[in-house]
Each structure stands twice: as structure tokens, then as C-alpha cells.
Design a protein around this ligand. Structure first.
Ligand SMILES: [Zn+2]
Length: 183
């Protein structure tokens, strides 16, 4: 599959946008980040907690997947779809530790601002902050859910306690798929 993804399903939350780079076509899972061009298009579309670097290369794709894979497994584990593995936790922590920051007093009265210790590259800083976003969702977000519809399989935040699907289109597709399933 070489078409450029549209990313129109991204939720506007950094941790979810990171995880939702694997989608379903029908019931089959599809990896969307293969090349620097894929990563570049995602960086333009996703909610990012730090500025994106102007260009990305193969090493950046590898570093991205090195964070995305454990993040996806942990977020899915949090909604009961995967098992919670210690090595995923360690990998997330390593990425957090790759660009530590201090909470400095901000230049405006009454504000603070995050400042990296040392001079991490922009992409290292971005991945580190994304890892912290994932940590925060895993520790303080009880609306996280998984949309188990064909053509979706996305993580999302529920707006209502009993919400099963990320949107009405997914609910309809899931009902149609069930209806047509051979017994
Ligand atoms: Zn959905």
C-alpha cells in the first residue's frame, strides 16, 4: 500500500494521534508509517506537544516506531485488548528520559514553561513529550476506549459512559457487518 494516508480520523490528542497510525482496512490491521514521507505527512496532521523538525529520515522513522509500538500496546492494554508488558513500560520510560525537562518560571507573571535540560534534537524532544502524553493518558484518563468496528480499530476518548463506537459511522458499519456475517 503506497498511497499517502489522509489522517482525517486523527483525534487531535497527541497520545491518540500517535497510536492511531495503525488502522483497520476491513478487519485487517494496516501499518501507515513505513517511510520518512509517511512520517512527514503524519507530523503535518497530528496534534504535537512540541514543534516538528523540518525534515525526517529513516532513523527518525525507526525512533518513532520504537515509541509508537510500546505506546500502542500499553494503550490497548489499558482498554483490555493486549497484555500489559513490563518491557513496554521500560521502553516508554526510556523515551521520556531521552529529553528531561525542568518546569521553569515563565517570562509572563504567574506562568511556568517547560525547558529541556541540555540540547536534545527537536525530534528527540518531540518523542519524549509524546511519551509523557501517553503516560498521562495511561494514568489519568478514564474515557479511553477502543472502537471495534471494521475499517476503524482506533483508540478514542468516550463522550458518554456507554459509548461503544468512536462515531455514528463506525456503529453503522459494525451493525451492517454483523448483519452480513454468515452464521
Ligand atoms: Zn471507529
Amino acid at each position: 500500500m503506497s498511497e499517502t494516508p489522509t489522517w482525517e480520523w486523527l483525534e487531535g490528542y497527541p497520545a491518540l494521534d500517535l497510536a492511531n497510525t495503525v488502522i483497520r482496512r476491513g478487519w485487517t490491521e494496516l501499518e501507515l508509517i513505513h517511510t520518512p514521507a509517511d512520517l512527514d505527512s503524519w507530523l503535518n496532521a497530528a496534534a504535537l506537544p512540541a514543534p516538528r523538525p523540518p525534515t525526517v529520515d529513516e532513523a527518525d522513522v525507526a525512533a518513532f516506531l520504537n515509541l509508537r509500538d510500546p505506546s500502542l500496546r500499553l494503550l490497548r492494554a489499558a482498554v483490555g485488548r493486549e497484555s500489559w508488558e513490563t518491557h513496554d513500560v521500560e521502553q516508554l520510560t526510556e523515551t521520556i528520559a531521552s529529553a528531561p525537562e525542568i518546569e521553569a518560571l515563565g517570562t509572563e507573571p504567574g506562568t511556568t514553561e517547560l525547558r529541556p535540560i541540555g540540547s536534545p534534537s527537536p525530534f528527540t524532544l518531540l518523542l519524549s513529550r509524546l511519551a509523557r502524553e501517553v503516560r498521562d493518558v495511561l494514568t489519568s484518563q478514564d474515557r479511553l476506549a477502543f472502537c471495534d468496528a471494521p475499517g476503524c480499530g482506533q483508540l478514542f476518548f468516550r463522550h458518554r459512559p456507554n459509548q461503544s463506537w468512536c462515531g455514528p459511522a463506525c456503529g453503522n458499519r459494525a451493525r451492517v457487518s454483523r448483519h452480513h456475517k454468515t452464521p
